[in-house]
Ligand binder design. Sequence first.
Ligand code: IMP
Length: 190
Amino acid sequence: MQLVFATNNLNKIKEVQALIPEHIKLLSLAAIGCFEDIPETQNTIEGNAIQKAEYIKSNYGYDCFADDTGLEVDVLNGEPGVFSARYAGKQRNASDNMNKLLNALQDRSNRKAQFKTVIALQYNNQKYTFTGICKGEITKNKHGEKGFGYDPIFKPNGYEKTFAEMDLSLKNSIGHRGKAVSQLVALLNS
Ligand code: IMP
């Protein structure tokens, strides 16, 4: 059977494909002829993941899953959260986003934060959501060159390195997205 992963990131698709049963073939958005911007107009991470999965199911007819991720900072009442990608503006620039966050936390001693990924799945006429959380703190400066987004300023609890200083395999094994994906994989394997 076929299952759409609502992304065009082929690396993400490859990673998940390797973990799920062989009879489930993952398709990208391009593979089903979807080249439009899928609406993401909800005000929660969970809402956006569900909206994307429902959009594909109702407009293209495929079983589907979609993910959405945000960085939630304690003293900012969970911001940037659902606005993580465009925190510093429409240009969606990672460096601008990090600078804005470092400024917002200047002189703040509580730097606790968490990454949250929600995966919404539409499968065999059922709907599911899976949440993966990684708790940590925002560093005072950027460290490391690996990864993407806010990785250079996020240090997960229990480690002395930021995500941007870690190998991808370590980040995946302790990270928010990896935790949500393992729950998805467990459901598909059940
Ligand atoms: P998306 O939902 O995966 O597109 O993520 C939304 C935004 O959150 C991205 O543009 C990044 O800025 C940030 N983000 C998501 N996942 C990560 C991560 O694993 N590390 C750092 N930043 C991330």
